[in-house]
Write a new protein. Sequence first.
Length: 395
Amino acid sequence: MTRITREILRGRRLMMVAHANSAHTGRWAHYFQEQGMIVQVVTPVDEPVAGVKTTFFPGKRRWYHRLKGLHVRIDYHRWKKIFAEFAPDITHVHYPDGGGRNHFYFDHIRPLITSTWGSEVVESPEFPLSEKHKAGVRALLARSDVITATTQFLAERTAPFCLPGTHIHIIPFGIEPEEFKPRPRQDDGLVRLGFFKNLERKYGPEVLLEAFAVVAAQRPQARLTLCGKGDMQGYLEKRVAALGLSDRVGFPGRLPHAQMAGAMNECDIFVMPSTCQESFGVAAIEASACEIPVIATRVGGVPEAVLDEKTGILVEPFNATALANACLRLIDDPDLRRRLGVAGRAFVMQRYQWQENAARMGSIYADIIAGAEPETPRMYIANDPGRETVRPGGG
């Protein structure tokens, strides 16, 4: 962030309407607080952001929350009080699910920034969006002065909810390259595959397990770690036992984010077999930053995070055979693993460094405060298919 931008932001009040239990929310809040802004997070999740003023809204359920529709109107009075007491210079809505449905809360709030994160605008047969939800998101985005998305894929999915000609600024989440970096790995003859997502069907852990059964039958040195928790854990553990792989598949549970880089560096291959339309794939970026080759599915925005045959291998979702073949290929070729890993970190350093991406958001804040039209290196123009503009020097 430039000195001029920092001077413009210092002392300004930023209200973030976001889910406080997301690591991304905490990172954004801490970053702008460190730049001298006064930050308040308003969240529907009863979980504070450490070191940042956090307001739980609408709060614990009360009797009137049983009155469908009416409770939104009643809660509006508390919302107005929260807003008036903090008096933000900028209001930034992240992941506009509840904010979309309650769009009238933001009728008179300016300036307003809205960032889509994924499932609130990405529709699929497995995850349909109601017409009421879509109407609310459209209304909120129409009220927004600036709209951002993390990938071109997500910008394209956000565009139908926007007014024609709207500029959607593409600002990835990014990673800390000094936190996620390569570390010495074990050299004991084993090849370790790692999965670091929730154990939920949309992330494909059962597809990976069937693929690993094929791999394990042919490569005794292969090991698999399924790191996470979720409603599929019981099924997966029983399936591992039935396959006779209990000594080769581990379930360490969900790790705190602070331990993620160390755990990833214990792996030789990172596998992300998602079956849903993932908007980005931050975990893949983290693995690449550690110089770990990535095998992932060709869904959503993942091809923007994993470059096929350059930083990893992409396969079609639900295809256990293709996934197994990709795993076998990397297990058998340590030089290819090394090349993909080195290229992966170089790619992350070029496009996905957290400080640079956060500074782009800071520039948007500063432009708005200064009354200027925000510009970023990458923008997508709504209702104009294929129109992503890349300014000189942009990533």
